[in-house]
Every structure is written in structure tokens, then in C-alpha cells.
Unconditional design. Structure first.
Length: 215
């Protein structure tokens, strides 16, 4: 997996996003789901996930939040940052979500459009004392369950072919086709000859079989 930025920046990135969510939601009173999607759709969110050093490590969470709010014209007067010894659930969500995005190189929009921030906040009692791996596993499974059919499955079924028939005609392993359709394996990382064989049998282009980054 190629990460957007060096792991040495990750603690700063986690702290920044954690403080950002805590400030926007608890300090400014913005609805959590609106706060999440505002960040995910903003240029600041895109620069964050792309690993722009001036954003992931060069801005405090409050600065990141205020930049996003200014772009959306949601707040006229910014409240002072909150300082509390006990971390909020909003802080926790920002912390683990930043690590998840870095680990799996997904977009915040991809995650939060399927699992809203309010739902992640509801995970806090169960997961906040567990490790990052447990949170990641739960989020990956939830995202997998909520994705629609893959392009491969949709096109195969439109051609009236079973998985076995496609495997035989394309000379591609049945298990490989099953793994691509279940999104266990990324079809975008399949060998070129595998994609060519599938596309030829299905009468489509290779691009038709690939998944959008936001799917």
C-alpha cells in the first residue's frame, strides 16, 4: 500500500483531525454529519487525504476547522478552542478516522457517505478502548456490506453468464472472479491479461470493469 504521506506525519495528522472534529461539533455546534461531509467535500479535506504537509502537519485542528467553515460560510464568529482533560468521542473519531484513511488510501467522502459521522460516534463506547486494528476491521466490514454490486458482476449478469461460465470462457480462475465481485481483491490491481480476457468475453472495455475510486 502506497501512503499519501510518511508515517512520521501520522500522529500530527490524527491530532489535527481529532481537534478539528471536536472544535467544529462541540465548539461551533455544527451537526456531526454535516461536519463530516463538509470536511470530506472541502478542498482542505482533499489536501489532507493527499498528504499535503502544510495541511496534515502544518495546521492545528482549530485552524483546519476554521478554514473549512470559512469556505462554507457557516460561522461568522469563531469560538475559542476548548481545552478539556478528557477527550470527547468527536476527538476519538477524528483520531481513528485519520489513521484509517492513511492506512487504506481511501477518501473521506467514500467513507462518510456510507458510514455517517453520527454512526461512528455511536461506536465510541465499544471501540474507544480497543486498538486501531479493531476499529479498522469493523469499518472495512461495514463499508463492504454497504457497497453496491461491482461492475464485473453487473456486466456478467447482464450477459447472462454465471461465474463458472465466465471463468471457463475467459480462462480465469473461478475463485478470482468471486474475490473480485466480493471486493475482497481489487480488480484494478488484476494482471493486464486477466482484464483483457474478461473484457473480451464480456464484450466491454477494460475501463468498464474497473471501479470508481469513490465506489
Amino acid at each position: 500500500m502506497i501512503h499519501a504521506y510518511e508515517d512520521s506525519y501520522l500522529p500530527d495528522a490524527q491530532a489535527s483531525l481529532a481537534d478539528c472534529f471536536d472544535y467544529v461539533i462541540n465548539g461551533c455546534g455544527i451537526d456531526p454529519d454535516m461536519a463530516g461531509m463538509l470536511f470530506a467535500q472541502s478542498e482542505w479535506g482533499r489536501q489532507f487525504e493527499r498528504g499535503n504537509p502544510s495541511v496534515v502537519a502544518g495546521m492545528s485542528g482549530t485552524e483546519l476547522a476554521q478554514a473549512g467553515l470559512a469556505d462554507a460560510f457557516l460561522v461568522a464568529d469563531y469560538p475559542s478552542p476548548r481545552f478539556e482533560e478528557e477527550r470527547s468521542s468527536e476527538f476519538w473519531v477524528g483520531w481513528v478516522l485519520a489513521a484509517f484513511q492513511w492506512r487504506y488510501a481511501c477518501s473521506f467522502k467514500e467513507v462518510l457517505s456510507r458510514v455517517p459521522l453520527t454512526e461512528l460516534l455511536a461506536w465510541y463506547p465499544l471501540y474507544h478502548e480497543m486498538g486501531q486494528d479493531q476499529f479498522d476491521d469493523a469499518l472495512k466490514e461495514t463499508l463492504r456490506e454497504r457497497r453496491g454490486e461491482t461492475n464485473l458482476k453487473r456486466i456478467r449478469e447482464a450477459r447472462g453468464l454465471s461465474q463458472s461460465a465466465l471463468a471457463a470462457r475467459a480462462q480465469v480462475g473461478l475463485r478470482s472472479i468471486q474475490m473480485y465481485e466480493q471486493r475482497v481483491n481489487d480488480i484494478g490491481k488484476a494482471q493486464g491479461r486477466t482484464l483483457c480476457r474478461l473484457a473480451l468475453v464480456l464484450g466491454c472495455s477494460i475501463e468498464d470493469l474497473l471501479e470508481s475510486p469513490n465506489e
